[in-house]
Design a binder for this molecule. Structure first.
Ligand code: AMP
Length: 471
């Protein structure tokens, strides 16, 4: 099928062509026609499937007739509301709206928490047809009376499962109560656990149901492997893996913000260009960290599950689970950052003995066996001398004169769980970490020096794993 077969307007076809898309993805083929007809849609699609264009292109077309150049705010009521769980996803969707809508003079705005509300207020007061928002900040605008939702024709709930996971249900209900009863509803979700199914049944009217991948499955393009590693040795193992395999762009997941900070700092001290991404970072820091990673300026991005969904990082080759996620479904979201747009990716998990149960739950969920091998002591001992192969430091970050003693990560015990577990809802995540200094002092393990033969054996350990086929 071609984009021209989908009944899209010339301005949209032009924008698609300028993006270099040659043919629609499966979700686009299936979602665009019913959305153009004004039907409700319930779509099971992960990020990476092209779902953003699947809802953005047809909604732009449906609004095309309302495009006008009047300066009167009254001529630019909010007609489309797109809700996303995280600020990053909101920014990405907004970028897509601008990209695909560049030849149609509709106004769009994006509002999310963590940044000043004033410029957003000015933009909303001037009038916009398409509003991309996170729920918390949108309600702030509702309370400030800077936005009127009474003329919304189309509601898009993107990553709906994530919004529910993050506790946005009350906010969503409140927002939906402010919308006209007659409207088109589009709900996109990577997974459909029972609560999301119930929610979808309440919001959607006679929807067209689309599923572009089986429920709770992962793409065949991602190979999975795991190493059994003592928690005290995970950091050294990670460093060795990245160096030995010469991984240039690695997204590393930890389960807590404290661990993300600690690991990023530690890797940075070892000469890696590295940044941490989690909900205690300011919005500017989050955007900057993500931009630097996407541009390849940062080699490792250490993130909590806030980064696990919605982020579109082109050609990301490696995802490493430094810690397995507490919720097995998050494994799917984490590894969904790689293996996208037809390019193979790799997901490697470092599994401590007490995480074996989590690994088993993940295997049950994805219906795949994840090959696991033990990490021998030498593999973690195979470290480069500190700074000897260091990458150039970032220009804005002065190097310390004396490197700190090499920290092996402390045991997870004593590390408080991440507040709110995943991302705190927008507008409620201003708290900074405290108590980092209360974590027990790191223990240093001094392993024996490896022989040349052993070095080769260890290097072989890090060869790309065999792809595990799905059942
Ligand atoms: P999404 O699932 O919306 O996050 O999209 C994932 C990636 O696929 C984005 O980088 C899009 O630019 C890209 N994409 C979307 N539609 C197409 C298409 N028809 N052909 C090629 N790439 C696409």
């Amino acid at each position: 099928m071609q984009f021209t077969d989908l009944g899209l307007a010339a301005e949209l076809l032009r924008a698609v062509e300028e993006q270099g898309y040659t043919e629609p993805t499966a979700i686009q083929e299936q979602a665009i026609p019913p959305i153009l007809l004004g039907q409700d849609v319930q779509a099971g699609a992960q990020t990476g499937t092209g779902k953003t264009a699947a809802f953005t292109l047809p909604l732009l077309q449906r609004l095309k007739g309302h495009a006008n150049t009047s300066v009167s705010p009254a001529r630019h009521p909010v007609r489309v509301l797109i809700l996303t769980p995280t600020r990053e996803l909101a920014a990405q969707v907004f970028e897509s709206v601008r990209t695909y809508g560049k030849h149609i003079p509709l106004r769009a705005a994006c509002v999310f928490g963590g940044v000043s509300i004033d410029p957003q207020m000015a933009e909303l007061r001037a009038g916009v047809e398409i509003l991309v928002a996170t729920p918390g900040r949108l309600l702030d605008h509702v309370h400030q009376r800077t936005v009127n939702l009474s003329r919304v024709q189309i509601l898009v709930l993107d990553e709906a499962d994530r919004m529910l996971d993050m506790g946005f249900m009350p906010d969503l209900k409140r927002i939906i109560s402010l919308l006209p009863a007659v409207r088109q509803n589009l709900l996109f979700s990577a997974t459909f656990p029972d609560d999301i199914k119930r929610f979808a049944d309440q919001v959607l009217k006679d929807p067209v149901r689309i599923q572009v991948e089986r429920r709770n499955t992962v793409t065949d393009l991602v190979s999975h492997s795991a190493f059994k590693v003592d928690p005290l040795r995970k950091r050294e193992f990670l460093e060795n893996l990245v160096r030995t395999r010469d991984m240039r762009q690695v997204l590393v997941f930890t389960s807590t913000k404290i661990m993300a900070n600690r690991l990023a700092r530690s890797l940075e001290r070892d000469g890696f260009n590295c940044a941490a991404l989690h909900s205690d970072k300011t919005q500017q820091e989050r955007m900057a960290a993500l931009a630097a990673f996407k541009e390849g300026k940062t080699r490792l991005l250490v993130a909590t599950d806030i980064a696990a969904r919605g982020l579109d990082i082109e050609l990301l080759p490696h995802v490493i689970n430094f810690e397995l996620p507490p919720n097995p479904e998050d494994y799917i979201h984490r590894i969904g950052r790689t293996g996208r747009a037809g390019i193979a990716g790799e997901a490697i998990s470092l599994v401590a003995p007490d995480e074996m149960d989590s690994l088993a739950s993940i295997e049950r969920l994805i219906k795949q066996k994840i090959p696991i091998q033990a990490a021998p002591a030498d593999a973690v001992a195979e470290r480069s001398p500190r700074r000897s192969r260091a990458e150039p430091s970032r220009p804005d970050r002065p190097r310390r004169a004396e490197p700190a003693p090499p920290p092996a990560l402390p045991p997870e015990t004593g590390i408080p769980p991440e507040a709110g577990v995943r991302a705190a809802p927008e507008g409620h995540c201003g708290a900074l970490l405290s108590g980092v200094g209360t974590v027990p002092a790191p223990q240093r393990v001094t392993p024996p020096a490896p022989t040349d033969k052993r070095r080769k054996e260890v290097a072989a350990l890090f060869l790309p794993p065999v792809t595990a086929k799905q059942d």
